[in-house]
Ligand binder design. Structure first.
Ligand SMILES: Cc1ncc(C[n+]2csc(CCOP(=O)(O)OP(=O)(O)O)c2C)c(N)n1
Length: 185
């Protein structure tokens, strides 16, 4: 199990993340996404919304943010996004992700009142939580909404749940082939 920030997972460890997903390694990854490098003082992250002022983008962020669930979903491992507050449904998702064979990914939307809320004018932790709560839309509802209605919304739910052999299984199959051919150890 891996619990990490959005900066560590999508910037500093971005390469590890996409290849762990691609190789379908038996891991459950929980990304606590506050949209910023919080611990180091509020620098822009690959998840920071376009146009946002941060310590390193004082006149606005010129870059588009990653949609992390789509990013890890590209090689088709399961992925979920959970918006606050934690509901029973969210907890079910998290349980499912832990029990999932192969790679599983959960993005948890989180507030960073000190480095994000205070500097962007979103307010304190309660106000940020309220904002995220009010702007979270279930995947089922999002499917009925027009793209313009979804601007600024956080779509939450189960994005993908596909069963594929995990890396250890595919490696065992290759090893068995090598052994049968006499080329293995
Ligand atoms: C390889 C490496 N580069 C840079 C750092 C410095 N560093 C520590 S935490 C951090 C930002 C983490 O941001 P995030 O993962 O979003 O977590 P948050 O603090 O927002 O919860 C950075 C750049 C580091 N620890 N390791």
């Amino acid at each position: 199990m891996v619990v990490s920030g959005d900066g560590d997972l999508t910037a500093i460890g971005g390469n590890h993340l996409i290849h762990a997903a691609r190789r379908n390694i038996a891991m459950s990854v929980f990304c606590v996404n506050n949209g910023i490098y919080g611990m180091t003082g509020g620098q822009v992250a690959p998840t920071t919304p376009l146009g946002l002022n941060t310590v390193t983008t004082p006149f606005g962020n010129a870059e588009n943010p990653f949609d992390i669930c789509k990013l890890v979903g590209a090689p088709a491992p399961p992925s979920w996004r959970a918006g606050p507050p934690t509901t029973a449904a969210d907890r079910q998702d998290r349980k499912k992700a832990i029990q999932k064979k192969g790679f599983a990914f959960v993005e948890v939307i989180s507030q960073c009142p000190v480095e994000f809320g205070r500097k962007t004018g979103m307010g304190n932790s309660v106000q940020m939580m309220e904002h995220y709560k009010q702007n979270s839309v279930s995947l089922a509802k999002a499917k009925t909404m027009a793209p313009e209605e979804l601007t600024g919304k956080i779509v939450v739910g189960e994005f993908l749940d596909i069963n594929k052999p995990e890396l250890i299984e595919t490696m065992a199959a290759v090893r068995a082939k090598a052994m049968a051919s006499g080329g293995g150890d």
